[in-house]
Design a protein around this ligand. Structure first.
Ligand code: ADP
Length: 795
């Protein structure tokens, strides 16, 4: 049910490109976070490798050392026990006869000989309960022997063994022998020390070895991580070299393939993006030129219709003319919507920040819909909450535009019932959050359509919408305006029951006096001494700018073209230059480059602000790249000039004057302005611009300005006609550019738009079309001048 028209193709590519770029940006951010995490993981992996190898080695070593030690201890013990038992038995056999025969002298001889050995500490022979003979260490002989069966039982350093003395029937005594186990213990201790030493050396060697192994294993991973980092920082295409045929080598190959295919997709994406941007720019240009193309003849048609209405018509004819006029005015509002939307899309729409009466603003919009609501027998109610301040600061026209669209839709899509408009406000920290609600009992909207309502060219209900006027741009414009005012807009609806549209915007506080923002318009006393050069070839523009500065008490120097500007900068000292871009002899870009190339650093670094009638998407970047410091699009306002002065003038260089209360510029309030013209739908004279010129200069200057402009405009029109007759496209381009900017400065909007359109056709090489479009210019210029003269006589 959603109607999609041609611009969707472009919009779609743009949206996808935006989403993809956002994804790439997001991935970029995330990958940076992940990289740091991965570095942490990499470290852990390396450490883990080292620790793992070391741990395995240590466990193995401990097992080996413990088992080797216990084996050694066991075998030494077995040896000792065997030796002790064998020795004791042999000894017992050897002395058995002497014991039985009580041959004590032989016994003494043998026992002494045996105890002379280092290993045997003592011998004690007990027969029939009595000690027969002893020999050896008296300390041990005095103690009662406790027989040891293993080394664990030894508590005094002596391994005690007992051999029983037996006859055939009975045991009649025993021999106790004490063996010294010092040498075995010393041997075991020595073995333990040397094994511990070997183990420590082994652990150190293993640690070193595992460090190198860990480093070797993670070397490939480190290279891959660095490659991934490079890929994130420098974009896809980076290749990693890893001379390895193992799994890491395979990962590196896969990485390289991924990087190459990403690089290709990235290039494709860039091309698609450029194409989308070009398409978008062409679309903006096309829409702007087409809108103008349609507006000019449409103005003619509407004018003719109003003339026909003056003649004597019968009832039927009057009705036909009325219908034709209504259709014409509707077409004009659609064209204006398209122009507005084009401006918003190319970010060239700027908002005003001026005090205005919010209550009056709301009443005006609501009252304008009362007749149409009444005609449909719909009740239109409005409430303003007590918290809504009367005076706020912001863009009154755009606030009204939002309300106009919402209430207009409510009236359009409601057959019977009630429309309620509620306005609330919340104030905090110098800002007011204004909430507006438009509730109707109309046809409602399908839930699936609600998220798409604020997209351009959307019509939620084709059957009903088709019977109503509409471009499908109103809500898209509302959303953009709300976003520009740091707010939002949303809709709730029940099909068949009605809809509620809620918008929220931020407005500044005001008591009807100048706002903080406008305090920038205060002229600093020291600016009186500032040396400012304005390069501008157009006489009318010169007068406007000169008078604006004069109005602020600042004298300026004027250069007629770029060449003169360069000469003036070379010969004099200036603090700031405002430079028109399109000038004869030398254009603004070249003049700026000449100044930037000057040997005197102070001159070369002079802040230069471009004044340009070109305000297309990308122009600002182009000027800044060419060396200009900043830019202002024409027609300029005094507040904008002063804002740039505040930004770029270095006070210390021209000496700050004593602090005196700064004079405040007169506000463009009603008391300072000439009576505004009744609304002119034909765009011959845009009264808002005239009011601004008066506010920025003075009421007295206006007639002088208009005279100069008219004189110059007539000359230009002659030159344009001549250029068309002689088919001189270059001359036509230059003259229409200048006319476009001076006509807009004095409110001849239609004339300015036609001149711009011709200029763009020349730029695009469509010379024949430019000549054709130029044919209508003299008449439009004559009408515009006449309307301006009329405006002059009214002021
Ligand atoms: P249009 O110029 O067609 O009204 P809008 O962007 O203002 O364009 O609205 C888009 C579509 O949203 C409309 O065509 C209509 O289908 C739907 N719509 C907007 N407001 C209402 C409403 N109050 N009730 C029902 N439908 C609405």
């Amino acid at each position: 049910m959603i109607e999609m028209r041609e611009p969707y193709a472009i919009k779609d590519v743009k949206r996808k490109t935006r989403q993809m770029s956002a994804k790439v940006m997001n991935n970029h951010d995330h990958s940076e976070q992940k990289q740091s995490l991965q570095t942490g993981r990499m470290m852990k992996f390396k450490t883990k490798t080292i620790l793992g190898i070391a741990l395995i080695e240590i466990i193995l070593l401990v097992i080996i050392v413990i088992s080797a030690m216990s084996f050694m201890t066991e075998s030494a013990e077995t040896q000792l026990i065997q030796r002790a038992n064998t020795t004791a038995n042999i000894f017992a056999k050897a002395v058995e006869k002497d014991i039985l025969s009580f041959d004590l002298s032989s016994l003494d001889e043998v026992i002494k000989e045996v105890t002379a050995s280092e290993d045997i500490v003592y011998i004690r022979i007990i027969s029939y309960g009595k000690t027969l003979i002893t020999s050896g260490d008296p300390k041990h002989l005095q103690q009662e022997s406790t027989i040891d069966h293993s080394l664990h039982d030894v508590d005094d350093g002596i391994f005690d063994v007992r051999v029983d003395l037996k006859t055939n029937e009975s045991t009649y005594g025993h021999i106790d022998i004490g063996f010294c186990n010092k040498s075995i213990t010393a041997q075991i201790t020595r073995a333990r020390h040397s094994m511990t030493g070997i183990a420590i050396i082994e652990v150190l060697l293993v640690a070193l070895f595992s460090f190198f192994i860990g480093h070797y294993l993670t070397k490939g991973l480190t290279k891959l991580t660095q490659a991934a980092k490079k890929l994130t920082q420098e974009g896809p295409g980076y290749q990693v070299t890893l001379n390895s045929t193992d799994e890491l080598g395979e990962v590196a190959d896969a990485f390289n393939q991924m990087s190459s295919s990403l690089a290709k997709s990235y290039d494709d994406l860039k091309i698609a993006r450029h194409q989308a941007e070009d398409a978008s720019q062409s679309k903006s240009l096309f829409l702007a030129s087409m809108s103008h193309e349609i507006r000019t003849p449409l103005n003619g048609v509407l004018g003719l219709l109003s003339l026909i209405k003056e003649t004597s018509l019968d009832k039927n004819q009057t009705q036909l003319v009325d219908t034709a006029s209504q259709s014409g005015f509707f077409l004009m509002s659609v064209i204006n919507d398209i122009l507005d939307y084009t401006k918003m899309e190319s970010n060239t729409l700027s908002l005003e920040r001026k005090p205005f009466d919010l209550h009056q603003c709301i009443h005006q919009v609501v009252s304008s819909f009362r007749p149409s609501a009444c005609q449909k027998s719909i009740c239109l109610e409005s409430t303003i909450a007590p918290s809504v301040p009367q005076w706020v600061s912001g863009d009154q026209y755009r606030v009204q535009q939002i309300m106009h669209n919402l209430i207009g839709n409510a009236v359009k899509f409601t057959r019977t019932g009630l429309i309620q408009v509620h306005i609330y406000a919340d104030a905090d920290d110098n800002s007011i959050t204004l909430t507006g609600q438009v509730i109707d009992t109309g046809i409602g909207i399908e839930p699936a359509m609600i998220p798409l309502l604020f997209e351009e060219f959307t019509m939620a209900d084709n059957t009903y919408s088709r019977t109503q006027e509409g471009s499908g741009l109103g809500l898209a414009i509302c959303r953009k305006l709300c976003e520009l005012m740091d707010g939002q807009i949303f809709a709730e609806s029940q099909p068949g029951k009605g809809s509620t549209f809620t918008f929220q915007i931020q407005l500044g506080e005001s008591d009807g006096k100048p706002t903080d923002q406008e305090a920038v318009m205060e002229i600093r006393p020291e600016w009186e001494h500032a040396r400012i050069l304005v390069a501008e070839d157009n006489k009318a523009n010169q007068i406007v700018i000169e008078n604006m500065f004069l109005h602020a008490g600042i004298h300026i120097e004027i250069a007629q073209n770029g060449l003169e500007a360069v000469e003036k900068v070379a010969d004099n000292h200036f603090d700031l230059v405002f430079m028109d871009m399109s000038m004869p002899l030398m254009d603004g870009m070249q003049a700026c480059q000449e100044i930037r190339a000057m040997a005197d650093r102070q001159k070369a670094e002079l802040p230069i602000i471009a004044l340009t009638a070109h305000a297309l998407h990308g122009d600002k970047e182009r000027f800044i790249a060419a060396g200009l410091t900043d830019y202002l699009s024409k027609p300029v306002r005094l507040s904008q000039l002063l804002e740039k002065m505040a930004l770029y003038l270095k006070e210390d260089e021209f000496g700050a004057g004593e602090i005196t209360p700064p004079p405040v510029l007169p506000q463009s309030g009603p008391e300072n302005l000439a009576a505004p013209l009744p609304h002119q739908p034909d765009g011959l004279v845009d009264d808002i611009i005239i009011q601004q010129v008066i506010a920025d200069t003075s009421l007295e200057v206006l007639p002088v300005l208009i005279d100069h402009y008219v004189e110059e405009c007539q000359q230009r029109v002659k030159k344009i006609s001549c250029a068309i007759a002689n088919k001189k496209a270059e001359c036509l381009k230059f003259e229409t550019h200048t006319l476009g900017s001076s006509a807009l400065a004095l409110g001849n909007r239609s004339l300015s738009e036609l001149a711009r359109q011709i200029e763009h056709l020349c730029i695009d090489g469509k010379e024949e079309e430019a000549y054709q479009a130029g044919a209508t210019l003299p008449q439009l210029a004559a009408d515009s001048i006449a309307a301006l003269q009329q405006r002059k006589s009214m002021s």
